[in-house]
Design a protein around this ligand. Structure first.
Ligand SMILES: [Zn+2]
Ligand SMILES: [Zn+2]
Length: 420
């Protein structure tokens, strides 16, 4: 029986893997400029962490987690997102006792048992950032500027930034009742999940994914109109900072987060060119999360970017550059008695940071030249009896078709001369 990759997973083969490296490299470089350091957490955690850190009533936790018992009967779960693990690490290592704020970023695979469909996978990949220890609205602006800078460094400038404030527990207290009053008369039209949760947590109805729930509650009161003075002031400062930095946004009253630990700024980034599912990432403030996970009461904010969506967006760019996998130098060995010597030549060139390869399948001279061409070699070095006896190499520039004879000790400078 042929074994295939599990449903909802996929292999990244060359040359596609170069696109991944490119995106990860842009994220790393941008993170460095913004003062974020990388954190790497385990792929699996105790299930309880996600129940607390993602929310026991969310679809992710109730329906989509890869949960299993290990051989000691512990309940473990493949991480469905990145934030909960960062919060756990922050608490576990008392990182909050050091320099604040703590600014982290991460990249890696996440797992959700979702129905696989276009652009959705059971193993998918996210890069994100989390900052702990400051409630400054300027930090909210910085986090968004970081996200926007990543997109812009990738050449993705046609994005839409959706922005809202979901307030604080104080402003939500008065808002809750207004929302319940609006929902009660139409509660029969809601999905089963919403019917059972709307009284306890009416905000969850707002971010329900079921379309008929959205229609049923049309005209619902906006949290924006219930913001307390502090939350209004916070939101105004975030918006003003973005405006002064030349970042356009759309205030979006429909952008809400149903869980209690989300506070203030919420945002989403859309790239319309990738189609209906245009969100490539999003995030927001979660001042109640560290405490909800058993830590001290310190504020946090973060975002996550979907790598698969970013790749789609990059592929949709009209002037995208294909990854360059061309070889600098191909060493054609014309007699197998020089195989060992050839390995020393390869070694010398590689130590001089020259990208070089050779044939290992016993190709004829003619076939080696064809192979070099397929690899896109810019230079071919010929190493045959004549060359070895005279202590030199024949160096062929594949674009100009010029050929020259180079003494052994002049080989590296001659190659660098052609390549630059
Ligand atoms: Zn408030
Ligand atoms: Zn619903």
């Amino acid at each position: 029986m042929q074994v295939k990759a599990p449903r909802g997973t996929y292999d990244v083969l060359p040359p596609d893997s170069q696109k991944w490296q490119y995106i990860e490299q842009v994220i790393q470089e941008t993170a460095r400029l913004f003062g974020y350091s990388e954190i790497r957490t385990p792929i699996f955690e105790h299930t309880e962490l996600f129940e607390r850190g993602v929310g026991e009533t969310t679809d992710i936790v109730t329906k989509e987690m890869y949960t299993f018992q290990d051989k000691s009967n512990r309940s473990l779960t493949l991480r469905p997102e990145g934030t909960a693990s960062c919060v756990r690490a922050l608490i576990e290592h008392s990182v909050y006792g050091g320099l604040m704020p703590v600014k982290w970023y991460y990249s890696g695979p996440m797992f959700r048992y979702d129905r696989p469909q276009t652009g959705r996978f059971r193993q998918f990949h996210q890069s994100g950032a989390e900052v702990f220890g400051s409630n400054s609205p300027y930090l909210d602006a910085e986090v968004i500027m970081f996200l926007v800078q990543i997109l812009s460094n990738l050449g993705l400038r046609d994005y839409e930034l959706h922005l809202n404030s979901v307030g604080c527990p104080l402003c939500r207290e008065s808002y809750r009742q207004k929302l319940i009053d609006h929902i009660s008369p139409v509660k029969e039209k809601l999905c089963i999940d919403c019917q059972s949760r709307y009284e306890k947590n009416p905000l969850r109805v707002l971010d329900c994914k079921v379309e008929s729930c959205h229609q049923a509650i049309a005209g619902f009161p906006y949290i924006y109109d219930s913001l307390c003075d502090d939350c209004q002031e916070h939101y105004i400062l975030v918006k003003a900072t973005l405006e002064d930095s030349g970042i356009n946004y759309l205030h979006d009253n429909n952008l809400v987060r149903g869980l209690d630990y989300y506070t203030n700024t919420a945002f989403e980034i859309h790239i319309p060119s990738i189609g209906a599912q245009s969100a490539v990432g999003g995030g927001g403030r979660y001042n109640g999360l560290v405490k909800a996970c058993g830590g001290p009461d310190i504020p946090g904010i973060g975002f996550a970017l979907g790598m698969e969506r970013l790749l789609l967006a990059l592929d949709s760019l009209p002037d995208r550059e294909e990854p360059n996998s061309k070889l600098d130098v191909f060493l054609a060995v014309l007699d197998e008695k020089y195989d060992n010597q050839a390995m020393q030549v390869l070694d010398r060139l590689r130590k001089a940071k020259i990208m070089v390869d050779r044939d290992y399948t016993g190709r004829s001279m003619k076939a080696q030249m064809k192979y070099a061409d397929k690899l896109g070699a810019r230079i071919v070095i010929l190493m045959g009896e004549d060359e070895v006896n005279r202590g030199c190499f024949t160096v062929r520039n594949m674009s100009s078709r010029e050929q020259l004879e180079v003494q052994t000790e002049q080989l590296i400078p001659a190659i660098i001369d052609i390549l630059t």
